[in-house]
Every structure is written in structure tokens, then in C-alpha cells.
Design a protein around this ligand. Structure first.
Ligand code: DP6
Length: 431
């Protein structure tokens, strides 16, 4: 290590996107290594709107590994954190910064302690894949800090051991997590199918129905499904392998009809597997909450709105998909359709009277502009969607917390700008 050991703090800051699965991962064949029972495919979401930023620092003055999530210190003792830290430390290489007088040899990394600070720009554990962005960012940032030579796919196999879906956040665009065959999981990793520019017509609108922590974690939920659901076995063996081939083809050809049909069918089958689990899991609501029936109804209203519209158009305009929570992820075929979608959503789910439109529709505001909505007056003047045949058309004010407009986005990036760091460069403590 450097002569003046104790004086320096070396740090790296990275930003990593979250992702939404269009062919779902549900069920593990190995719980510790996090090996899935089927391949899955996801779309990476634009990190400008949904991402994790993580700063990792190392210094001889740190006396133990510490981590802060959204400015609150959390424990690093969990097996998943420990597995990721161990795997990256094993791959650390020599590092030297002559200017700063820092020299770390491969063997030194084991003795050096880490400080990690992470921040999500969206609600943690609300079913918006925060653990995916979080573990992907941790692994990516640590690999850069420790000068590991692994490529993105090899890093994805490490992030996978933090949280399965995290492996898909190592790439932008469209990503496949190959389940692999190896018992040790060496071939269970993510690959990029196409980058974010490949199909840049797509617009994604997320209806955040609940920002609460979900009640049944994905981990325990999928364990129970593996143990009790026959539908899961059929899905993993018979259904998903065919869907993966079809989805890859749909993405390659930018075939929105197939893409939407497969996405909706796979989301619905995932929730059917949850219902087929004993005891059944209802992810489209949160049962501990007074909002139980409201959230469930909101999900069904969104599904029904999209299904009716798609049918009336004769071909799919919008795809919907739900993860382990009630938030709806809606993928529109292009910007024009996204504006029409937002008009429909705002008609059915107007903001409550005390909510400002500006905080009700966040992310890419140009969709709101394209929809011709500049203020509450425009929302009030929206006509009912023509395909709704109940008169008068019902409105459900306040049932959606807010909408995020986004699009397919890029993979992880490093920030060289120190102002983006979450740790103080002198003390290595949160800023
Ligand atoms: C429904 O990756 O959160 O979002 O591997 O146990 O951490 P662990 O589970 P996690 O599960 C995500 C499940 C899903 C579908 C998906 O993202 O493919």
C-alpha cells in the first residue's frame, strides 16, 4: 500500500438503471447462488427517471465495511451482500494512482475496508426493481474501484448473487438472462439482445399505485411457488422456452404486436402462478392496507382499459406488465400512442384535488405536452376514451399516486465528476 497509508480515500461513483421483465423470472433452482428455473428478458428503463447511484470508497483509515442506503446506515451482514463483496474482492487487481500516491496490490484488497453509499431516485421495494438497480450498481462500481478485468456479462453473474433480476441491469436496451446449466452458476448470466437505440420508438408509462414496501418479498414468494405451484413447473418447462424465442424475434424485428401480446400474456401468467401458489399470493395489492381492494381494482381497471383499447384498434397499441407489486408498467408502441395513453389514464385516474399535475406526471414531460395537457383545466376537459361503453364513464380520483413517463435506457455509467459522489472525498462518510 502507499507510504502515507491512512491519508487517502479512493472512490468511484456509478449509476445503474432498473429494468422491467417482459418475460418474467419466477422461481429458483438454487437459492444461494440464485439460479433461475427459466430464462427471462427485460427492458432497461431510462436511468434519468429510475436509477441507483452508488459511491464505493476504500481507505486504510476505514475500520470496517459500512453501507448507507438513501442516507440511512444499513447492515452489510446479509449473505447476498457478502457473496457479492467476496466475489468482487476475489477478482480485484493491482491498482496505482501515482499522482495521489496510492498503490494497492491485489493481495491488499482483502484487508481494506469499504464504505458504500447508495441512493435510489424512486421508492425502494415498491415493486419497481430497486434491488435490481442496487446490486447491479454495487457490483459495477466495486469492479471499477478494484480494477477487476471482468466483462459486463461476467459482472452480471456476480450481481445475480445479490438479486436475480440485478444481472439484467448491467446492460442497456433489451437484455436476456440465460438461466445456464452449470451447477455453480458460471453460465447463468445476462447478455444484451439489442441496445437502447434499436427500438427507440417505445415509450414507457409507469402507474405508481403504491409506494409502500411490498408485503411478500419476491424471494419468499418464488420459493413458495416453486414448492407448491404445478403451473410454475409447466411454465418453466413448456411455456417460457417458446416465449423466449418468440420474444427475441419480436425485439429483433421491432414487431410490436408480438411484443405486446407476449408481454401481457407473460405478466398474466406470472400472476396466475402466484395465485396457484399455496397459500396464494396477490401481488396486485397489499393486504395489510386499507387500500387492499382499491389497489386490486386499479390494476384491473388499467388492464381492462388497455385490453379494450387494443381490441378496438384491431392490433395492440400498448403492452402492460406487473411485477411483484401493484404498479403497472405500460409500454406504448410510439410517442403518439403514449400521448393517447396518458389522456386515457388521466381521464380515468385524475389527480386528487390537492395534487399538482407537475408532480403527478413526472419523468419525460414531453408526453404530457404531446397529449395537449398543460394544466388541470385540460385534464378536466379530457373526453372519455371512445372504447369505454359505460355511460357516464367512471373516474377514480386519487387511486394512482403518480405516473412516470420514461423509455428504454442505457446501461451502467461511471461518473468522473466528484460532485456526483455520495461520500465525502476526505472523510469517506456520507456528504
Ligand atoms: C417479479 O430479482 O427481486 O420482478 O432473486 O430473490 O432477489 P431475488 O428476486 P428478484 O425477483 C424479481 C421477480 C420479478 C420478475 C423479474 O424481474 O423477472
Amino acid at each position: 500500500m502507499a507510504e502515507e497509508s491512512g491519508k487517502w480515500v479512493l472512490m468511484v461513483t456509478a449509476q445503474t438503471p432498473t429494468n422491467i421483465a417482459v418475460i418474467k423470472y419466477w422461481g429458483k433452482r438454487d437459492e444461494t447462488l440464485i439460479l433461475p428455473v427459466n430464462d427471462s428478458i427485460s427492458v432497461t428503463l431510462d436511468p434519468d427517471h429510475l436509477c441507483t447511484t452508488t459511491t464505493v470508497a476504500v481507505s486504510p483509515s476505514f475500520d470496517h465495511d459500512r453501507m448507507w442506503l438513501n442516507a440511512k446506515e444499513i447492515s452489510l451482514s446479509g449473505g447476498r451482500f457478502q457473496n457479492c463483496l467476496r466475489e468482487i474482492r476475489n477478482r480485484a487487481c493491482d491498482f496505482e494512482d501515482k499522482e495521489k500516491g496510492i498503490k494497492i496490490e491485489k493481495k491488499d484488497w482483502e484487508k481494506l475496508h469499504l464504505h458504500i453509499a447508495s441512493y435510489n431516485n424512486f421508492p425502494t421495494a415498491a415493486g419497481l426493481a430497486s434491488s435490481a438497480a442496487g446490486f447491479a450498481c454495487l457490483v459495477f462500481a466495486l469492479a471499477k474501484l478494484m480494477n477487476a478485468k471482468e466483462d459486463q456479462s461476467q459482472l452480471s453473474a456476480i450481481a445475480r448473487q445479490g438479486s436475480g433480476s440485478a444481472c439484467r441491469s448491467l446492460f442497456g436496451g433489451f437484455v436476456k438472462w440465460i438461466m445456464g446449466k452449470d451447477e455453480k452458476g458460471s453460465d447463468s448470466l445476462a447478455v444484451q439482445l439489442a441496445d437502447e437505440e434499436h427500438w427507440n420508438d417505445l415509450v414507457i408509462v409507469i402507474a405508481v399505485v403504491s409506494s409502500r414496501q411490498k408485503e411478500t418479498s419476491s424471494t419468499s414468494g418464488m420459493r413458495e411457488s416453486v414448492e407448491t405451484s404445478l403451473l410454475l413447473q409447466h411454465r418453466a418447462k413448456e411455456v417460457v422456452p417458446k416465449r423466449i424465442v418468440q420474444m427475441e424475434e419480436a425485439i429483433k424485428n421491432r414487431d410490436f404486436s408480438s411484443f405486446a401480446q407476449l408481454t401481457c400474456a407473460d405478466s398474466n401468467q406470472f400472476h396466475a402462478v402466484c395465485l396457484d401458489t399455496s397459500p396464494p399470493i396477490f401481488y396486485m395489492n397489499d393486504t395489510s392496507h386499507r387500500q387492499f381492494s382499491t389497489n386490486m381494482e386499479t390494476c384491473f381497471r388499467i388492464i381492462s382499459c388497455v385490453e379494450k383499447w387494443n381490441r378496438s384498434e384491431g392490433s395492440p397499441q400498448v403492452a402492460y406488465t406487473f411485477d411483484a407489486g401493484p404498479n403497472a408498467v405500460l409500454i406504448a408502441r410510439n410517442k403518439k400512442v403514449a400521448a393517447q395513453l396518458l389522456q386515457r389514464l388521466l381521464f380515468i385516474f385524475p389527480p386528487s384535488s390537492d395534487t399538482d399535475l407537475n408532480s403527478y406526471v413526472i419523468g419525460d414531460k414531453s408526453i404530457l405536452h404531446d397529449a395537449g395537457i398543460g394544466g388541470m383545466k385540460d385534464v378536466e376537459a379530457l373526453p372519455p376514451p371512445p372504447e369505454i361503453n359505460t355511460v357516464p364513464a367512471q373516474k377514480y380520483q386519487g387511486d394512482v399516486s403518480y405516473f412516470i413517463c420514461t423509455r428504454p435506457g442505457r446501461g451502467p455509467v461511471l461518473f468522473s465528476d466528484e460532485s456526483k459522489a455520495l461520500l465525502n472525498p476526505e472523510t469517506g462518510l456520507p456528504k
